[in-house]
Ligand binder design. Structure first.
Ligand code: XIL
Length: 302
């Protein structure tokens, strides 16, 4: 196979990218996206601030652009994300507990309902655990006002809103076996034992020299898979360049391929030019859309 998407498909996986609606009009951007990838995640367009900037008023123009483009190209779409402490409009934080619960469920129903039947996997809850060794939940309006049960409630609402979508919990710094990933693992195990609807766990995969690809990445993916959920690498980018970066990308692909339930990989952008890590070069295509050594390494590993 000679593209990322077709090579991944040959392994029974998808290979996706974050997509920004405002770049779709750039010919090289669209050509690279359309040629190489068979899954798309809206980078910002489905977040709460973009879709429900004021209470009960939904705006889907930009999200529609990404979804329509992706589906017209035969790509799957990952939904990202419904309940997250960041990119959250200020009106949400001003609500009391009862109103917040209603608003959370209304938001899930509003966004999932819009795209019902068109989303492969949804990041229902994003980044709900703290960094570091505590294994504790992160402070957020949802956590602080609704308590630990907000995640379970969000997943139950999401299942009813689009029964065909795979429902994922997504986080970062959970790629290796550590206190944070173990806290997520414990939650997923509890959900599976009690029948709370969860289908997958997303591992963002934002790596740099301070936070490299962990040596136990495969083992960590496998322990989650062994709970009976799919695992996905959802926002992969790796700072660096040249051979070192290429080797790290190959390690990630090999880890996913070694785990039967690792169903796909998404990189967090098409080109270094538009990476959220400004000034960095963490992706597979450079600013001229030329293939980097990391691209060749991924294609070889697939
Ligand atoms: C980032 C986007 O790439 C940026 O454009 C935006 O300014 C901030 O969010 N974890 C996530 C993603 O789950 O939604 C974030 O995306 C990166 C970190």
């Amino acid at each position: 196979a000679d593209t990322l998407g077709s090579a991944a498909a040959g392994q029974g996986r998808y290979f996706g990218t974050a997509v920004a609606a405002n770049h779709l009009g750039e010919a090289d951007y669209a050509a690279t996206l359309n040629r190489e990838f068979n899954s798309a995640t809206p980078e910002n367009e489905m977040k709460w601030d973009a879709t429900e900037p004021s209470r009960g008023t939904f705006t889907f123009t930009a999200a529609d652009q990404v979804v329509d483009h992706a589906r017209s190209q035969g790509m799957d779409v990952r939904g990202h994300t419904l309940v997250w402490h960041s990119q959250l409009p200020s009106w949400v934080g001003g609500l009391g507990a009862a109103e917040l619960r209603t608003a959370m469920n209304g938001h899930i129903n509003g966004v999932m309902g819009r795209y019902k039947g068109r989303i492969h996997s949804w990041d229902v809850v994003n980044e709900a655990f703290q960094d570091g060794g505590s294994g504790a939940r992160r402070s957020s309006p949802f956590q602080d006002k609704l308590g630990d049960g907000f995640i379970e409630e969000a997943f139950r609402t999401a299942r009813a809103a689009d029964p065909a979508a795979k429902l994922c919990y997504n986080d970062y710094n959970t790629d290796g076996v550590n206190a944070k990933s173990t806290a997520v693992y414990t939650m997923v195990k509890d959900f599976k034992s009690r029948g709370v609807p969860i289908d997958c766990v997303g591992f963002q995969g934002h790596f740099n020299s301070a936070s490299p690809v962990p040596s136990d990445f495969r083992a960590n993916l496998q322990r989650f898979a062994d709970l009976g959920v799919d695992v996905q690498i959802t926002e992969l980018d790796i700072e660096g360049s040249g051979t070192a970066q290429a080797d790290s990308y190959a390690d990630v692909v090999e880890a996913c391929l070694a785990v039967d339930r690792c169903t796909g990989i998404t990189v967090w952008g098409v080109t270094d030019k538009y990476s959220w890590r400004s000034g960095g070069t963490p992706l597979l295509f450079d600013g001229d859309y030329d293939e980097k050594p990391a691209y060749d390494a991924v294609l070889t590993a697939l």
